[in-house]
Ligand binder design. Structure first.
Ligand SMILES: N[C@@H](CCC(=O)N[C@@H](CS)C(=O)NCC(=O)O)C(=O)O
Length: 217
C-alpha cells in the first residue's frame, strides 16, 4: 500500500474532537509504520457530489492509496492490518477478526447509542427516558469485556488491530465515569492510549482543528 491519504473532518465541535473515526485509521497506519497524508472535508461539504464519489454515505473516514479507495473504518483497519503481522498475527487471524467484529458490533453499538443520547439529544424527553436502559446495556458489555480481559494486557496475546477498534469504541463514553467502574478495563484503555502510535494519530487528527474553527456569522 503506497501513497496513502486519510480523509477526516476539517473541524468538529470539541465534544467530538478525538473521537472521529479517522482516528482509528491513523492509529493503525502509525502502528504499521506506513506514512500517510491527511485530507480534510468540511462537515458541510460531506453531502456534496464530489465527496460522495469518495464515500457513498458522505461520511469519514476514507482511505485512498495506489490500491484504490476504501470506506468503513473497520474494513480500512483490516486492510492495513493485512500489511502488518503485528496487528494481525497469521496464527491469530480468525481470532483477531472476531474481536474486531466484537468491538464494532457488540461493544460499539451500545456505547455509541449512549453517546448519541448524552451528547446529541441530551435535552429531549425521550433521551431522558431511554438513558437508564442504555446505561445498563453498556454496563452489561463492559462487565463481560472486563471479565474477558482478566489479567491480560490486550484482548489477545499481544496488541492487535482489535485493540485499536475496541479502544476507539470505548472512547465514545469518555464523557461518563462508566469505565472507572471497571478498573481493568479502564487500565486497558489507558494502556492502549499510552502507545506512541495512538498519541501520534491523535496529534495528527487534532492538528488542524484549531485553524479551522468556523467563523461565527
Ligand atoms: N461505520 C462507519 C461509520 C462512519 C461514521 O459514522 N463517521 C462519522 C464520523 S465518526 C461521520 O462521518 N459522521 C457524519 C454524519 O453522520 O453525517 C465507519 O466505521 O467508518
Amino acid at each position: 500500500m503506497n501513497k496513502i491519504a486519510v480523509w477526516g473532518f476539517a473541524w468538529v465541535p470539541p465534544f467530538a474532537q478525538g473521537l472521529v473515526r479517522d482516528l482509528r485509521v491513523r492509529w493503525a497506519l502509525e502502528e504499521a509504520g506506513l506514512s500517510y497524508e491527511s485530507r480534510w472535508v468540511g462537515i458541510e461539504e460531506r453531502g456534496s457530489d464530489a465527496y460522495r464519489r469518495k464515500h457513498p454515505f458522505g461520511l469519514v473516514p476514507v482511505l485512498e492509496s495506489d490500491a484504490g479507495a476504501l470506506i468503513e473504518s473497520g474494513a480500512i483497519v483490516y486492510a492495513i492490518a493485512e500489511h502488518c503481522e503485528a496487528l494481525m498475527p497469521h496464527d491469530q487471524r480468525a481470532k483477531t477478526l472476531a474481536w474486531m467484529f466484537a468491538a464494532l458490533n457488540t461493544v460499539e453499538l451500545p456505547v455509541w447509542n449512549l453517546f448519541v443520547i448524552d451528547l446529541l439529544h441530551q435535552d429531549e424527553a425521550w433521551a431522558k427516558l431511554r438513558r437508564p436502559g442504555a446505561v445498563e446495556e453498556v454496563k452489561v458489555r463492559l462487565s463481560a469485556l472486563s471479565e474477558w480481559l482478566g489479567d491480560r494486557d490486550y484482548l489477545l496475546d499481544g496488541f492487535t488491530a482489535a485493540d485499536i477498534l475496541m479502544t476507539t469504541a470505548l472512547r465514545f463514553i469518555r464523557h461518563t465515569d462508566l469505565l472507572a467502574e471497571f478498573p481493568r478495563l479502564d487500565a486497558y484503555v489507558q494502556r492502549c492510549e499510552a502507545r506512541p502510535a495512538f498519541q501520534a494519530a491523535l496529534r495528527n487528527q487534532m492538528a488542524d482543528y484549531a485553524h479551522n474553527v468556523p467563523v461565527a456569522t
